[in-house]
Design a protein. Sequence first.
Length: 214
Amino acid sequence: MADQNRDGHGSEEPEREEPIIRDKRRIDPETGKVREPQGEEHDLAHEELVDVGPGEEESVLSDDDLDILSGQTTADQVAAERLADLQRVTAEYANYRKRTEANREIERERAIGDAVKGLIPVLDDLERADKHGDLAEGSAFATIAGKLRTAVERLGLTPYGEKGEPFDPQVHEAIFQQPTPGVTSDTVAEVVETGYRLGSTVVRVAKVVVATPA
């Protein structure tokens, strides 16, 4: 006699079927080999019930791992490619450090240059006072002048511009040209205002009188 449900009518409960999951993974989890697709029959042959419990994750292989397993490439080839990548990244990092250090030095010189520009007029006054004999050796003013000049030199500020040196329009400003017999090329005849450099940067060009060939 058939089982009866609660409302008194007899019926048979349909048989529950377990869900079938088609395993289409390229790598066989048991053998670790790459499966070669062989059409619908091959897919049906690998159908199986997969019980994935909570917290379980399928391991993912990279394309390089798959190529090694399939025989398309070797571990030595992959290692050589990784070494080339590492060498390229190392070279790029070295170039980045060089650019960063160069930019840091430029910014440092620029910051110091802004600071010492305010001291250049004071140095000009000291130079004029020295030419007029106002900085007698051993005097208090001479001592102060010496300390100030030493301080700016420690910062990297150096004067330039000497009588008799070749005229260079890149670092000299000619305020007067004087034809001079016996001169074969443009030469600094007199320095009117001393020039200053900070490292490789010209903070102020030297103003000079230029002796030109007559």
